[in-house]
Ligand binder design. Structure first.
Ligand code: AMP
Ligand code: ZN
Length: 493
């Protein structure tokens, strides 16, 4: 259904610093690229927040009926320590420390990334390209930049000439930095002497003899620059100019600034119409970051195995907690915040259960369903304002609970609309899973039934060791099996 025809979305565009009406390049289609992780360690909850923010945006476009091509890459080479142009590759360093192959590092942490995002109910992107799978495209792109006079070769490495570029274009257009200020603030780093200017950045680096991840190129056996990888992968799948480019706020400079410069230098085109930047997750008032160690991993939060929180939290509660803030606001992770989110999330899920059994009559009293639906869309159309959406959902929760408590009624049409809209926004757009208490107890019952069946099978095969083990281990966790004439039932202590 192409609902998008009735909705006008405004997006805060970091390029203009304003909210702008979203007009896709091709009607009914959205091309969106989001910088993916550098797979050299387990993702922390800060990374997860950024990907959840763009998952929600992806989901809303899809809900409106847009055909979305969502490209989110995997950075598996070329990202050096401190995001610099000298130093060790992050993945190679990990491989060296763990005494394994770089591609084993890549595999391990790509799997962790996918598993983690699955737990938080993120939809897979339409395409997930790897940097190492696009070396040929990257070499072509560098050739165009050299041919247009915006890059130079030194000792087998290729650098982007920021000064030359800035004579005709604007290096700093996105981050609002001025090249003159950058010059004052940059120290000449050791090993950068082969660059004409410290502000220049690497498009291709010649590999040292010990550098394992290397590819042949016209300039040297080497590897691509991190910024260049994203330009190749985004434009390959979305075209030289596409609708949306996203990433965390910290990537605005230099990473995204350099992406603009590369596209302008190679193709004389501004690659992206809407630049979107998701804000940071903080812990104890400081940005969550791998480098400072101020992190909490999803597994620690989900298991309760940490010394920061009072208990374990479910993925939907954590997702709900994140959705209570705008993707553009800083969010501080705290136990109190998670406890409140847990309460809110259950209340929302219970209201959805209650909706199933509300008494129906000819009319609805005290709630204007039609304008409520409009307000839900209005919230999302305003730069994906999930906190306002959640406030709207809670005005419906209040009404639903009132109907239940006062034996009031709701019309059949309104009930249908309420139910559909709640499902659409809670499950499809916010991406929460149904964690109502009822629902979980159903799952418990279904799970115990599976075990009862396995036990019966074991008995039939005279495998009494296994059948007793199932009974005894269930007993240990407080679930008592009772064999009777009608079969086996269970009691939860
Ligand atoms: P990285 O693997 O470090 O390149 O980061 C992957 C993504 O996570 C990038 O888009 C970063 O901007 C984002 N990111 C890193 N730290 C945080 C944080 N504390 N909060 C939100 N996003 C973050
Ligand atoms: Zn990128």
């Amino acid at each position: 259904m192409s609902r998008y025809k009735d909705q006008e979305i405004t997006i805060y565009n970091s390029l203009s610093g304003k909210k702008e009406v979203f007009k896709p390049i091709h009607q009914g289609r959205v091309g969106m690229y989001v910088c993916g992780p550098t797979v050299y360690s387990n993702v922390h909850l800060g990374n997860v927040r950024t990907f959840i923010s763009f998952d929600m945006i992806f989901r809303y476009f899809k809900h409106l009926g847009y055909k979305v091509r969502y490209v989110r890459n995997i950075t598996d080479a070329g990202h050096l320590e401190n995001d610099a142009d000298v130093g060790e590759d992050k993945i190679t360093k990990k491989a060296r420390l763990e005494e394994i192959e770089p591609m084993e590092v890549v595999q391990r942490y790509t799997v962790d990334f996918h598993n983690t995002l699955n737990i938080f109910n993120l939809l897979p992107p339409s395409i997930e390209p790897t940097a190492t799978g696009h070396i040929i495209e990257q070499i072509e792109l560098i050739n165009s930049i050299i041919n247009n006079g915006f890059a130079y070769v030194v000792n087998g490495s290729v650098y982007f000439d920021v000064f030359k570029y800035n004579q005709t274009k604007n290096y700093g257009i996105l981050s609002k930095r001025k090249l003159e200020d950058l010059i004052h603030n940059t120290r000449a780093l050791d090993g950068q002497s082969e660059k004409k200017n410290p502000q220049d950045f690497a498009l291709w680096k010649k590999a040292e003899p010990t550098h394992i991840m290397r590819w042949p190129s016209p300039w040297s056996d080497g590897f691509p620059g991190w910024h260049l990888e994203c330009t190749s992968m985004s434009t390959k799948y979305l075209g030289n100019q596409f609708d949306i480019h996203g990433g965390g706020m910290d990537l605005k400079f230099p990473h995204h600034e350099c992406e603009i410069a590369q596209s302008q230098a190679a193709k004389h085109i501004s690659p992206v119409n809407y630049w979107m930047h998701a804000n940071m997750l903080e812990l104890n008032g400081q940005r969550m970051s791998k480098s400072t160690g101020n992190i909490i991993n999803p597994a620690q939060l989900l298991s309760g195995n940490n010394n920061m929180m009072s208990k374990a939290y479910s993925p939907s509660v954590i997702r709900f907690f994140m959705m209570q803030a705008s993707y553009r606001s800083i969010l501080d992770l705290s136990n109190d915040g998670l406890l409140a989110a847990e309460k809110g999330c259950y209340k929302l899920m219970e209201a959805i259960e209650t909706l199933k059994n509300l008494p129906v009559s000819n009319s609805t009293q005290g709630f204007d369903t039609a304008s409520w639906v409009l307000n839900c869309y209005k919230a999302m159309n305003d730069d994906f304002n999930t906190p306002i959406l959640i406030a709207e959902l809670f005005s419906a929760v209040k009404f639903i609970n009132q109907v239940k408590e006062t034996n009031a009624t709701v019309s059949a049409t309104d009930l249908k609309t309420l139910s559909k809209t709640m499902h659409d926004f809670v499950f499809d757009v916010l991406g929460l899973a149904n964690i109502s208490k009822n629902n979980n107890s159903n799952k418990l019952a279904d799970t115990v039934e599976v075990l009862i069946k396995l036990r019966a099978e074991a008995r039939a095969n005279k495998d009494f060791a296994l059948s007793d083990k199932i009974r005894d281990e269930l007993m240990q966790i407080g679930i008592q099996l009772k064999d009777g004439k009608e079969g086996t039932s269970f009691l939860v202590n």
